[in-house]
Design a protein around this ligand. Structure first.
Ligand code: GLY
Length: 375
């Protein structure tokens, strides 16, 4: 069964299709959007080796030729250098504005290919075919595209909405359990930030989702995408409500920055610790009942995800270093810290002007070191 979620953005509205067999049916969905029977497929070497043949055949069935452009897997590909190489490869294919790019991979490929599409000849259409749980429930939907610089992640980018998203649940079977858990952190995020019923359902069904049991997985992905689509339709440019999607991200990004954005601490693992911290901090500030914070942490831990900074490699982390990452985060406005905090399970809110001193005290209590040299 295929579930369709519409991202309601007026004349830029698009559909997210969720279900099995979508790679095989890719041509049928993509061909009507094309002027010429070919697409440039940006992918990484790992994804292409696993699933490239299926996508090529799926496109071929509708007379669409896939021209692969492969980048190395990993966050390192979200760089100016790789963007330049990719842009040259696209130019060499003489793609014009009537053509289409397909981003076929996880969050790295989606962000890089999406940004290339945003700037190629001042903007060309693109399609997302996300192959990780994290990309299916979060990064492929909503049009955020970016690369990293030495000063931080995702600092150079553009809003550029895809024309279509195909989330094929079959491809999740090749993910490692660790990658599934990391993606699941973003699924849980939707329950924690705005849907208590979904949170309760996840409390009961986490194991089935993680085991990729088809019905549970389809429901978890579809509900996550529905929530993301609704929030993006209300606030595409993150001037308000979209910031809720950053629950756990300010704390999490600081840890990711300290651990080097690599395999040591996956993004979803940083977000898991960050969400637990956001709930602990909210309870400490008297904003949220302690029992809700405990229940949020239990749900994170039950999924095999970390909840404490000491579970991240490379600690203890210096409170000064963490605070300085938080201040540099693009969600910080005018030196004041913005956090997504919680009033209850399923009720997150944007807290602007959070006192750095309160965050500092919390981080020290939470296990950060006061010794600057410790990081
Ligand atoms: N990943 C957060 C957002 O798309 O706004």
């Amino acid at each position: 069964m295929i579930t369709t979620v519409e991202v309601g953005l007026g004349d830029r509205a698009y559909r997210v299709l969720i279900g099995g067999g979508l790679l095989d049916a890719a041509g049928e969905h993509i061909a009507p959007l094309l002027k010429r029977g070919r697409v440039a497929v940006v992918s990484d070497e790992t994804v292409w080796a696993l699933h490239g043949a299926r996508l090529t055949q799926g496109l071929g069935r509708a007379g669409v030729t896939a021209i692969p452009i492969l980048v190395p897997p990993g966050e390192g590909s979200k760089s100016f250098g790789m963007l330049a190489r990719l842009s040259d490869d696209l130019l060499a294919l003489s793609l014009d504005r009537g053509d289409m790019i397909v981003a076929f991979g996880g969050g790295v490929v989606g962000d890089l290919a999406g940004f290339a599409a945003a700037i190629y000849k001042r903007g060309i259409d693109f399609i997302q075919i996300p192959t990780t749980l994290l990309a299916q429930v979060d990064s492929s939907v909503g049009g955020k595209t970016a690369i990293d610089t030495a000063r931080g992640k995702n600092l150079i980018g553009a809003f550029h909405q895809p024309r279509l998203v195909l989330a094929d649940l079959d491809v999740l079977s090749t993910l490692t359990d660790r990658e599934m858990r990391a993606g699941y952190a973003e699924v849980l995020k939707y329950g924690l930030l705005g849907d208590f019923d979904f949170f309760q359902w996840l409390e009961i069904n986490a194991a089935q989702v993680l085991a990729r049991e088809p019905e549970a997985l389809a429901r978890a992905v579809a509900r996550s995408v529905e929530m993301k689509a609704q929030i993006v339709a209300e606030d595409e440019r993150e001037s308000g409500r979209r910031a809720l999607l950053n629950l756990g991200h300010t704390f999490g990004h600081a840890l990711e920055a300290e651990t080097g954005y690599g395999h040591e601490l996956l993004h979803g693992e940083g977000v898991a610790i960050g969400m637990a911290q956001a709930f602990r901090f909210s309870a400490r500030q008297g904003l949220c009942p302690q029992q809700d914070a405990e229940r949020a942490q239990a749900a994170i831990a039950t999924a095999g995800l970390p909840t404490q900074m000491r579970q991240a490699p490379g600690g203890p982390f210096s409170v000064q270093a963490l605070l300085s990452h938080m201040a540099q985060d693009k969600k910080a406005e005018g030196g004041r810290l913005t956090f997504i905090l919680a009033r209850a399970l399923g009720e997150a809110f944007v807290a602007k002007e959070v006192e750095a001193a309160a965050v500092r005290d919390f981080l020290i209590e939470d296990g950060a070191s006061q010794d600057e040299a410790a990081a």
